[in-house]
Design a protein around this ligand. Structure first.
Ligand code: NAD
Length: 298
């Protein structure tokens, strides 16, 4: 059992923190939203009153924040985690952020004598609630060894991807594949509709055929075939379109820096840019289906 501070209790962070509570850890949450803090308290956690006070006796800090700028501010800001964490505290950032941003923060942690792992996740809100996430971890062997038992309370598959930033590299590649595959599945269902083919029939066939993928079988973007998918609840996230756009932009940044052509990744990034610009930032990323078929968007 560890004293854990969990920073960022959003769609992902709240159920992850609740699983740490369930595993017997003492979890103090921090978030800008009082509602999120109240929900952690309902799940058996504690609401932190300030970062300085919460972190002062923490053994582990886990963060699940939107973007790299939030992660950098929370850890390295004047009143951030580095300024208040006790010697020996372990830091685990599970947000999806730029590889360079992760390396920068981990480097600052190392310079202050702390172990830090980047440990982004795959599996979505469903995986976060069920503690079945996949963690892809970047950091030293020591940081990985210390992080693994904490991550085990929130996930099923934990892979040490390599040194600092390797977890983010894996996540960015994975989500570029996801963004592209979601566009493909949306296009398939939009075309089926125009051809007069029933969505359930396409699902029954494609989900057992070569078109089968996670975007289809777990996260189907049309209402009906997968009752738990966001399409059945008005496309409330889940995984917001703004987050997918962020990840696709990250993929294009690193692809251009690495000199690797990713034409479908570039196309998917452009489509999500258009979709988000039309007021859909807060809708689930699978709502792209409505946009592609020319129907309603927010
Ligand atoms: P979210 O917007 O629902 O949650 C982020 C939370 O961070 C919010 O509650 C917000 O109030 C809080 N926050 C922001 N700045 C803060 C600060 N300075 N101090 C304390 N709290 C702060 O986002 P999410 O969907 O939970 O995603 C979080 C991260 O996980 C992102 O990097 C995202 O790309 C990644 N991710 C999300 C999913 C998904 O399905 N939603 C899946 C895998 C990875």
């Amino acid at each position: 059992m560890s004293r854990i501070v969990f920073i960022g209790l959003g769609n992902m962070g709240l159920p992850m923190a609740a699983n740490l509570v369930r595993a017997g850890h003492v979890v103090t949450g921090l978030d800008l939203s009082g509602d999120a803090l109240a929900r952690l308290v309902e799940a058996g956690g504690r609401a932190g009153t300030s970062l300085a006070e919460a972190v002062a006796d923490a053994e582990v800090v886990v963060s699940m924040l939107p973007e790299g700028r939030h992660v950098e501010a929370v850890y390295a800001g004047e009143e951030g985690v580095f300024a208040h964490a006790p010697h020996g505290c372990l830091f685990i950032d599970s947000s999806t952020i730029h590889v360079e941003s992760a390396r920068k923060v981990a480097g600052m942690a190392a310079a202050r004598g702390f172990d830090m792992a980047d440990a982004p996740v795959s599996g979505g809100v469903g995986g976060a609630a069920a503690a079945t996430l996949t963690f892809m971890v970047g950091g030293s062997d020591t940081a990985f060894g210390r992080a693994e038992p904490i991550l085990a309370a929130m996930g099923k598959t934990i892979v040490h991807a390599g040194a600092s930033g390797a977890g983010q590299a894996a996540k960015i590649c994975n989500n570029m594949i996801l963004g592209i595959s979601m566009v493909a599945v949306c296009e398939g269902f939009a075309l089926a509709e125009k051809l007069g083919l029933d969505a359930q029939k396409l699902f029954d066939i494609a989900s057992t055929s070569s078109g089968q993928c996670w975007s289809l079988t777990t996260y189907c973007p049309v209402p009906g075939p997968v009752p738990t998918s966001p399409a059945n609840r008005g496309y409330t996230p889940g995984f917001a379109a703004a987050m997918m756009l962020k990840d696709l932009k990250l993929s294009q940044d690193v692809a251009s820096a690495a000199g690797q052509a990713t034409p479908l990744g570039a196309e998917a990034a452009q489509l999500y840019r258009l979709f988000v610009d039309q007021g859909n930032a807060g809708r689930d990323f699978s709502a792209l289906f409505e946009f592609l078929r020319g129907g309603k968007s927010a």
